[in-house]
Design a protein. Structure first.
Length: 387
């Protein structure tokens, strides 16, 4: 593909800011920084003007005035419209201002993050548009609708082999060959090991992420209860969203009940700003990623590895690809399996030290420079327009 500026389209209302730990803006920032560091043209990102400031300084900003997101009824109606061969009106309205903001831009490579509607909205533009899939996006799409929406997509980038396999299954044969894998990276300078925690502190076991059932913090608490008497401290960091003053959900209240059953200390904390995350991770002795859904490529895994902390994670989705042999994989939704892994790391200092060394080495081999190089390789082999 000839050299063009890369422009990222993210979900309207998402914040290209270190004030949140939102995954897609973190990926965009990592790619943009690596590209500039390696001599490529500066990236741009299309943003709703109302989103958080200060913004990452890694990419130029193209602003627009956002539209309301689709309601629950509109999302249901959209799915019906799609199956009837009609455009999804609610999501099209939501992304239309972002697409309009690109109309006067010079021909670019547009990376539409988690936005299957964008290639269709830009179908008559001079841009080369790629779908950049971070999740299983096509669950409610028929293959005929997928073909209509993505026939103008030059490629479909998936963040793990696991996600690519699921995506290919949902695509018609005419599109399945357009799927490529570009794994997420990690900032190994921002996320470094720091000083090891001393054993004068109680061992800290940490979960960081969205506090929802899919992410499995309840599995960690059930495992903590199965540990029995322990001097370990369990720290759950996060909320379902990024609003610190939001009321507790029913699920969060259920976690407080589970915590009361543990014979070790349990604390709950809000999300921290991105700049505070490395120090937070360094304060852990063990990091746990207990997802019960096929998480395609959680950034927390790479960040835990880069911090040089022993990491225990579920054997599901793209997590084994990220973790490799640098951590311990456990069966998803199995508190007993997780408790056994926790005991082994907490009780064996040699095992913990070996995992920490392997973790850092794996992270250094999978930084954002590698991710940008992989993306460049994909782009170089693509035509400007789909065949």
């Amino acid at each position: 593909m000839p050299q063009r500026r890369i422009v990222h389209v993210i979900t309207p209302g998402d914040h290209f800011s270190a004030r949140t730990g939102s995954a897609i803006p973190t990926v965009v920032d990592g790619l943009a920084r690596a590209a500039e560091r390696m001599g490529a043209e500066r990236h741009a990102v299309v943003l709703d003007e109302s989103t958080y400031r200060p913004r990452y300084d890694s990419a130029d900003v193209i602003e627009y005035v956002g539209a309301p997101g689709p309601s629950r009824v509109e999302r249901y109606t959209d799915a019906l419209r799609g199956r009837a061969g009609l455009p999804r009106a609610g999501v099209a309205r939501y992304f239309a201002p972002a697409a309009a903001a690109l109309r006067d831009q010079p021909p670019s490579i547009v990376l539409a993050h988690n936005a299957p509607i964008v290639p269709w909205l830009l179908r008559d533009s001079p841009h080369a548009t790629l779908l950049y899939a971070h999740n299983d996006l096509l669950r409610t799409y028929s293959k005929s609708e997928t073909e209509r929406m993505l026939m103008q997509a030059t490629a479909i980038i998936c963040v793990s082999e696991s996600l690519a396999d699921r995506t290919r299954q949902r695509l018609p044969r005419s599109l399945s060959e357009r799927v490529h894998v570009v794994g997420n990276g990690v900032d190994t300078e921002q996320f470094g090991p720091g000083e090891a925690r001393t054993r004068s502190h109680p061992p800290r076991v940490m979960f960081v992420g969205r506090v929802i059932a899919d992410k499995g913090p309840d599995v960690l608490l059930r495992a903590a209860a199965a540990l029995g008497e322990s001097d370990a401290e369990i720290l759950i960091v996060g909320r379902p969203g990024f609003a610190p003053d939001a009321p507790l959900t029913d699920y969060e209240r259920s976690l407080r009940s589970l915590a009361a059953e543990c014979r070790c200390a349990v604390r709950f904390e809000q999300f921290v700003e991105r700049s505070e995350l490395p120090d937070l991770l360094r304060s852990a002795d063990v990091l746990v990623v207990p997802s019960r859904w096929p998480d395609p490529a959680p950034l927390t895994v790479g960040e835990a590895l880069a911090t040089g902390r022993p990491t225990i994670a579920s054997r599901i989705g793209g997590i084994p690809e990220l973790l490799g042999d640098a951590g311990i994989l456990v069966e998803p939704d199995s508190p007993d399996d997780l408790a056994k892994a926790l005991r082994s790391v907490l009780d064996d200092a040699g095992l913990a030290a070996g995992l920490a060394t392997s973790a850092r080495a794996r992270a250094e081999a999978h930084d954002w420079s590698r991710t940008w190089s992989e993306l460049q390789t994909v782009l170089a082999a693509l035509p400007l327009r789909p065949n």
